[in-house]
Design a protein. Structure first.
Length: 374
């Protein structure tokens, strides 16, 4: 993020492993003092989410808001079993013409069938960015590090692919390459024969990259594409190495294991009945001038950030609000402001508030009908 950003990282790296040096304490205090002038929105919450043991979030991209007076958690990237795809999703979300940052739980193999990850704060500075913008970004780096407490590494991102970044993070290159290999592949062939161990797809990736065989059935340990490659390979000659006995039985069990059903909540079903406006494909939720439009226009949008920049899964989407037709409810921005109005308003998710407002409208209609009949 520029000269100032680099300086901040150098000072942070200078602290000793057993405690904080006086210089680093002073730097942290200075960074904390900056947080009033360089506010963050959603960053601390994003860091806590990503660091959680049961987290379903792979990463969050952090950008400046349109007024450039604060940095906001702008894009949510869900955690999947396709690590390279998760990384490419991050790359797609990073601005190409502005500075940005991201908190990302970088996944890699600690050994065959042993997964782990490294939480990293990435900073991005495209070459087209001018020096003034670089300087501004450097000023914000300290507060950004404070807000990302628990994320111990800070690394610059300059378009590296998954494998390049894996080595840049000083992970053993052999462990990095396990994501591109069939772990302990049981299919042997000569150098002229293509096997599931070596088969590549149209993009040059190993079809079975990252797959491994589990004695206990583990859905996803072998990808669907890898299962298809194994089936085709063994159907040509059932006597090939790996195509018979207990190994094949374990492969078949893992390939045929049913995918766990995704839990569908009443709120998710409600979202399916809502609209998904054209604006949601172009504008991120955090950049809507009127936050209420996020649920009014985008509650029915689904898919990742590349399909819809604003959807219920993205930062800035108003998931909880103050429901009620009265102006007091409309102007209430948080739960304390809302509940103080008693039965006039209700604080809840989009489904709850919609039901409350519909019931209130129905009651008003009945009241008007009784008045007219009198």
């Amino acid at each position: 993020m520029g000269a100032v950003a680099t300086l901040a990282v150098v000072f942070l790296a200078a602290q000793g492993p057993t405690g904080l040096t006086p210089a680093s304490v002073n730097l942290q205090m200075a960074n904390r003092d900056k947080t009033n002038l360089a506010p963050m929105e959603g960053v601390e919450e994003a860091a806590k989410d990503i660091l959680g043991e049961e987290s379903k979030t792979r990463g969050v991209v952090i950008t400046f808001n349109p007024k450039r007076d604060k940095m906001v958690a702008a894009v949510h990237i869900p955690k999947t079993d396709d690590w390279k795809q998760d990384w490419e999703s991050l790359q797609d979300a990073m601005p190409k013409d502005d500075v940005a940052a991201a908190i990302f739980s970088f996944p890699f193999w600690a050994g065959p069938a042993a997964e782990t990850s490294k939480p990293v704060l990435f900073t991005s500075r495209p070459r087209s960015v001018d020096f003034k913008t670089q300087y501004l970004a450097g000023y914000w780096l300290g507060p950004l590090i404070i807000a990302s407490e628990g994320v111990h590494k800070v690394k610059s991102y300059a378009g590296e692919n998954y494998f390049e970044m894996c080595e840049k993070l000083e992970i053993d290159p052999e462990l990095c390459q396990l994501e591109n290999q069939f772990h302990e592949c049981p299919f042997a062939g000569d150098d002229t024969e293509e096997t599931p161990c070596t088969k590549k797809d149209e993009s040059g990736r190993n079809v079975c990259g990252g797959s491994y065989i589990e004695e206990a059935v583990d859905t996803g340990s072998i990808s669907k594409e890898c299962c298809a490659a194994i089936d085709a390979y063994c159907s040509e000659d059932a006597e090939r190495m790996g195509c018979r006995g207990e190994t094949l039985e374990m492969i078949t069990a893992n390939c045929n294991a049913p995918m766990p059903e995704t839990e569908v909540t009443p709120l998710m079903e409600f979202y399916l009945t809502q609209q998904c406006g054209a604006k949601c494909t172009k504008v991120r939720c955090v950049n809507f001038e009127d936050p209420n439009e996020t649920y009014q226009l985008c509650a029915g949008c689904k898919g990742d950030h590349r399909e819809y920049k604003c959807s219920p899964s993205q930062p800035g989407f108003i998931g909880m609000r103050c429901g009620g037709a009265d102006e007091k409810c409309v102007n209430s921005k948080n739960e304390p402001e809302c509940v103080i109005h008693g039965d006039l308003c209700v604080w809840g998710d989009i489904q709850q508030t919609a039901a409350f407002e519909a019931a209130a409208t129905e009651e008003d209609g009945e009241g008007e009908g009784e008045e007219s009949s009198e």
